[in-house]
Design a protein around this ligand. Structure first.
Ligand SMILES: [Zn+2]
Length: 299
């Protein structure tokens, strides 16, 4: 069986190559997955509807983004210019995670080639995140009875503060964030389970800690998992402060995905952050998520 992977050419918003955020990675990752024969075709998402978005975001915020009436300080907090291609990208990438989340139920595993906008909260965006795609998709599944108790495994190097905020009073969604203690955001939110990592941590210690907490999480009865597989934990990342190797990221992804797949719990994988100094390496690292899922689903 081929791994279902959701992609859209509009993920690659036209903010310019000189922007700090390596936006062209979305186009390059899609080409890489096809050229390396990891998958043969993509599933194409629609723009996320306002009806679906408003479960995780205020109507006021959604309108201000769509009408480009967001105030300057809120735009600055996001870090992207509020232009048509960014708005379209934010809507279609969120629609992409919603589609991938449904495909995961059918196939056991599914991935988006974007997503993991975990800093966006109910009232606004932040840190290159406009809409919180995982929060939107989690609400979508719960509302339709497609999932009962959802776990968000967030292994991006930055804390998933948007998810912690959005789901702080929701007992049906458990937020687990394992992140760099000294990194953005300076003021962290409280997840159901936060694990703070010290600067310069290397593979062996990282994997040991992850195994320990996965074992704990296995005691709970989750029936659905979102996995935010940020690769900004890599030793050559511009924004991460950890020292995880290529092999360490591969081991991490395989560990997480296999843990839930082997128990028959659907898992939807999304990209998360990655700001590697080497662009080709960045694409290779992001593709580990898709390669790990593809390997399992084909076996
Ligand atoms: Zn990050």
């Amino acid at each position: 069986m081929e791994l279902p992977v959701v992609n859209h050419e509009d993920y690659f918003a036209k903010i310019g190559d000189d922007h700090k955020f390596p936006i062209k990675k979305f186009g390059s990752l899609a080409s890489y997955l096809i050229n390396k024969n990891i998958i043969k075709k993509f599933h194409t998402p629609y723009l996320c509807s306002e009806e679906t978005l408003k479960k995780a975001h205020s109507e006021n915020y959604i309108k201000n983004v769509k009408n480009k009436t967001l105030d300057q300080s809120s735009i600055k907090k996001i870090g992207f210019p509020l232009i048509d291609s960014v708005i379209r990208r934010s809507l279609v990438a969120t629609g992409g995670t919603v589609l991938a989340s449904k495909l995961a139920i059918k196939y056991g595993l599914a991935c988006n080639t974007a997503g993991g906008s975990h800093h966006a909260n109910f009232e606004g965006g932040a840190g290159y995140c406009v809409f919180n795609d995982v929060a939107v998709a989690a609400h979508y599944l719960l509302d339709r009875g497609l999932a009962g108790r959802i776990l968000i495994v967030d292994l991006d190097v930055h804390q998933g503060n948007g998810n912690s905020d959005i789901f702080k009073n929701n007992r049906n969604v458990f937020t687990f964030s394992m992140h760099s203690k000294s990194n953005y955001p300076a003021k962290k939110s409280i997840s159901d389970l936060d694990v703070e990592l010290n600067d310069n941590m290397e593979d062996a210690e990282y994997i040991k800690i992850l195994k320990f907490y996965l074992k704990q999480l296995n005691q709970e009865n989750f029936d659905y998992v979102f996995y935010i597989a940020g690769v900004d934990i890599h030793l050559n990342d511009r924004l991460g402060k950890l020292k995880i190797s290529d092999e360490g990221i591969k081991e991490r992804d395989e560990l997480v995905i296999e843990n839930f797949f082997s128990k028959g719990i659907p898992l939807c994988g999304v990209l998360g952050g990655g700001y590697n100094k080497d662009f080709n390496k960045l694409i290779e690292l992001h593709s580990i998520l898709h390669q790990s899922c593809a390997k399992l689903i084909q076996s």
